[in-house]
Design a protein around this ligand. Structure first.
Ligand SMILES: Nc1nc2c(c(=O)[nH]1)N[C@H]1C(S)=C(S)[C@@H](COP(=O)(O)OP(=O)(O)OC[C@H]3O[C@@H](n4cnc5c(=O)[nH]c(N)nc54)[C@H](O)[C@@H]3O)O[C@H]1N2
Ligand SMILES: Nc1nc2c(c(=O)[nH]1)N[C@H]1C(S)=C(S)[C@@H](COP(=O)(O)OP(=O)(O)OC[C@H]3O[C@@H](n4cnc5c(=O)[nH]c(N)nc54)[C@H](O)[C@@H]3O)O[C@H]1N2
Ligand SMILES: [Mo]
Length: 763
């Protein structure tokens, strides 16, 4: 398999940190930036991140405070690193590809590939070639268009995107795919918050969260479940600090005692520099992997029992009667919850859960936040449905300070979905799109990420275009996925930086280099801006400031427009050239197709942009019954066979998804190595292993095929009993393609059964 070696294996371990951010954090961002580029570019980039006239941080999707309330430096350490990584002065040129064969590049680590710098001109690998060579844009579009036109069915083509893409380009991509004839629009959401979308769509009729930043600030109680904000959403800690200042409480639920959940030192305030910072979690539940469903079932049982004891004081009967369906059936089922199951599944004590229950009773303004620790579990969808039950019981939805908060990942992952990047867009959207552009979009659903891999593996798809992501490293079962991509007739990637999706090629492969968020985008119609939507449905503009990395780059909008025009000609009649000239004309079309975007151009020009309407907060639930739905969820838990552990594959502090920035995970005390596996000391003893032993991680799955990730250092760490943790993407090889969450089809990246085998000598 490709590129498994690490540049450094010089592991040192220090005790895990018990607080997050503070001055060292900003220093780390600056260090990374200055290692990549000049002082001037560093200053230009860092000072423009998330400012009203600047660009949206390409890091996470956490929202910015209102324009007047923003800090001069409204970014975090990791946002600073992401932008420095894009603004780097290093360049990958034609000479680089002459020097390195594709096989040679494929043997390099993900870290090394990224460190080579920005891509500068379009490149092609022709059939049978060992190297990429330069190709003109025109020829590249011709090759892509010929291939698309030669397919037996449009459904043999796949159009992947990640949430790095802006709204305008996302709208054009889905328009192009549908005008061409397919709904095959797999995206990173399929591997990310798909379980949230499934659960919330079914129960509340909306695929997104319902709270704003102000709601977080004024909540009585915020749950942070299966999420590591100190690393992945650092600005969320400022919001939680505010919750606490206003008298609210925080309960953290995690299999690891993550630093950011414990204590927070604000990096941009004097208080953050000295002193102990703010304690974040009032209560920390060190839960077993996959125990969250059982936890919320127990909390729901306690609420029903408390209502029995003091009728009319606990549940919100008026809300339940007016706004929901299914309460009786749910309650009957919930009363059968057995404490012995709950205690086994969660590993918590009954006292701990009762203590949470008392906190819940203290107020109705309750918010539950969650991320990958829930969505990437086999029973992620029922777990989230149970959270909705929990909030509905006390009417903690659709009211100030209350609601559901799936914390999104990529900066515009939510916007891409709003723009129609989804293999299963509702018919109303397709009808509106068809009306606007006078064609009939295909009605049958397309393929998601996992099904796309199956289709390539089985020869049902042979054309793959990836936009703004790294499909081959983001997806599970690396060996299977790599073989699937290599079977394609053509693979093409619209990217800013080199990654493994460029080295795992189809017969023909193309690299189409593009502008990044921080780059100035000038078209015939003048200086352009893009728009994005954050995790709380706020839509705003993003304007790049830097000189583009190379004169040969085209914007994503330009690449998609030119490819579409070349492939489709004038049928259907879509003004692709006009779109490329002036992105405002795309927004005009969006305003006529996508609900909530009326007068888009006018409204997005205001500082801070605008917030999309959220029906749930107006008491409207777009479900078939028009009400919020209580669900019955069967108790279930993760069990590993004797001698095995449940492995979660997660992010270190120094990476952006598939891209490691350094070999460190500072808050967890891991330095100079990524091939480490964190295991509870009691489990280590039971397995006959010692701290720093070298082991292979061996995946165990019902298909009997061996999946092996060789040579990991064991680190004794306070993971919850029976569970282990190691970094993604090095461990994706262990996640079976068919091991997916029920209903959402999201890979179970947080629930992989493994055994640890001592690495054979010489291994
Ligand atoms: N710096 C940085 N920021 C990022 C990203 C990045 O790579 N780097 N990625 C972005 C993206 S796309 C996303 S989706 C988000 C991801 O944000 P997170 O979801 O925070 O990311 P992970 O590192 O996958 O962490 C999963 C967390 O869930 C916990 N967990 C695992 N299993 C369970 C379980 O069964 N129950 C509970 N209660 N907890 C569990 C883990 O211990 C860990 O704290 O971050 C976004 N922000
Ligand atoms: N085992 C395991 N697997 C996982 C996960 C996990 O927790 N465990 N997490 C899943 C999740 S939550 C997600 S979201 C996916 C992430 O999957 P992806 O979104 O596909 O991966 P990224 O690593 O974010 O993609 C990085 C690449 O994007 C390109 N890029 C960056 N900026 C731009 C830009 O502005 N324009 C363009 N065109 N290209 C750009 C660069 O070339 C860079 O190499 O991975 C998923 N896979
Ligand atoms: Mo994600």
């Amino acid at each position: 398999m490709s590129g498994i070696e690490d540049p450094v294996d010089d592991l040192s371990v220090t005790p895990p940190k018990t607080w997050a951010t503070g001055v060292p954090a900003v220093t780390h961002a600056l260090e990374y930036a200055l290692g990549q580029t000049s002082v001037r570019r560093t200053a230009l980039t860092l000072l423009n991140i998330n400012q009203a006239k600047g660009f949206d941080c390409p890091g996470c999707a956490w929202p910015e405070p209102a324009p007047g309330k923003r800090h001069r430096n409204e970014y975090c350490e990791n946002g600073g690193k992401h932008i420095a990584d894009e603004a780097t002065s290093r360049r990958v040129t034609a000479g680089f590809f002459r020097e390195h064969s594709i096989a040679e590049l494929d043997a390099k680590s993900d870290y090394w590939l990224n460190q080579q710098g920005r891509l500068t001109e379009p490149m092609i690998k022709r059939p049978g070639a060992t190297h990429y060579e330069p190709v003109g844009w025109d020829e590249a579009f011709g090759i892509l268009a010929d291939e698309l036109r030669s397919l037996a069915s449009p459904d043999e083509a796949l159009f992947y995107t990640s949430g790095r893409l802006n709204n305008e380009a996302a709208f054009l991509l889905q328009l192009f795919a549908r005008a061409y004839g397919t709904n095959n629009l797999p995206d990173c959401s399929n591997m990310c918050h798909e379980s949230s979308g499934s659960a919330l769509g079914e129960t509340l009729g909306i695929g997104k969260g319902s709270v704003s930043l102000d709601d977080i600030h004024e909540a009585d109680l915020v749950f942070v479940v299966g999420q590591n904000p100190g690393t992945n959403h650092p600005r969320m800690l400022s919001a939680l600090e505010e919750t606490k200042r206003n008298g609210g409480q925080v309960v953290a639920v995690n299999t690891l005692p993550e630093a950011g959940l414990m204590r927070f030192k604000h990096p941009q305030k004097a208080r953050g520099v000295i002193g102990r910072g703010t304690e974040i979690a009032d209560q920390f539940l060190h839960i077993r992997a996959g125990g969250d469903l059982a936890l919320f079932q127990a909390l729901n049982l306690l609420l029903l029992e408390a209502e029995d004891e003091a009728p009319g004081t606990v549940l919100d009967h008026a809300f339940i009667a007016s706004d929901t369906t299914g309460f009786e059936a749910f309650a009957e089922h919930a009363r059968k919850t057995r404490w012995e199951d709950v205690l086994e599944a969660t590993g918590l004590t009954r006292e701990e859960i009762e203590e949470v229950h008392r906190r819940v009773l203290a107020g109705r303004k309750v918010i539950v936040c969650w991320a990958m620790g829930l969505t990437q579990q086999k029973h992620g969808v029922p777990s989230i449905r149970e959270i909705v039950n929990f909030l509905l019981l006390r009417g903690s939805i659709g009211r100030p300070g209350a609601g559901v908060c799936p914390v999104r990942g990529h900066s515009n992952v939510q916007g891409d979905r709003t723009m129609g990047v989804w293999e299963r867009m509702p018919q109303e959207f397709l009808d509106a799109l068809g009306r606007e552009f006078s064609f009939t979009p295909p009605a049958h659903h397309g393929l998601d990420a996992v099904d796309s891999i199956r289709a390539m593996r089985d020869g049902r798809a042979s054309f793959f275009l990836g936009v703004a992501g790294n499909f081959v490293r983001a997806t599970p079962d690396s060996e299977v996925t790599e073989a699937a991509l290599r079977r394609c007739r053509l693979t093409a990637q619209i990217s800013t930086k080199l990654n493994r999706s460029h080295t795992v090629c189809g017969e023909t492969a193309l690299i189409l280099p593009t502008l990044g968020r921080s780059d100035r985008d000038v078209q015939e119609g003048g200086l352009q801006f893009y728009t994005v939507e954050d995790s709380m449905s706020e839509v705003h503009a993003s304007r790049g400031r830097l000189a583009p990395a190379s004169p040969h780059l085209l914007s994503e909008v330009a690449i998609i427009s030119r490819l579409a025009r070349r492939t489709l000609g004038d049928e259907p009649a879509i003004p692709w050239e006009e779109f490329e000239r002036d992105y405002g004309t795309i927004r005009d079309r969006i305003s006529r197709v996508v609900p909530g975007f009326e007068e888009f151009n006018a409204r997005v020009d205001r500082p801070g942009g605008f917030t999309l309407p959220n029906p749930v907060n107006e008491g409207v639930y777009p479900t078939p019954s028009g009400k919020a739905v209580f669900t019955r969820n069967e108790f279930t838990m993760l069990r590993a066979p004797e001698g095995h552990l449940i492995l979660q594959t997660l992010r270190s502090h120094d990476q952006w998804n598939t891209v490691p920035y350094a070999m460190n995970d500072r808050y967890r005390g891991i330095h100079n190595a990524r091939r480490v596996v964190l295991v509870n000391p009691a489990d280590l003893a039971a397995l006959g292993l010692a701290d720093r032993d070298l082991v292979d991680l061996v995946g165990v799955w019902e298909d009997g095929r061996e999946r092996r990730a060789p040579a990991f250092r064991v680190v004794s760490y306070p993971t919850s009993p029976g569970s282990a943790a190691a970094y993604y993407p090095e461990t994706n090889v262990l996640v079976p393609l068919d091991s997916v969450a029920d209903i959402s089809n999201c890979p179970t990246s947080k629930g992989v059964v493994v055994r640890l085998e001592p690495t054979a000598a010489g291994g």
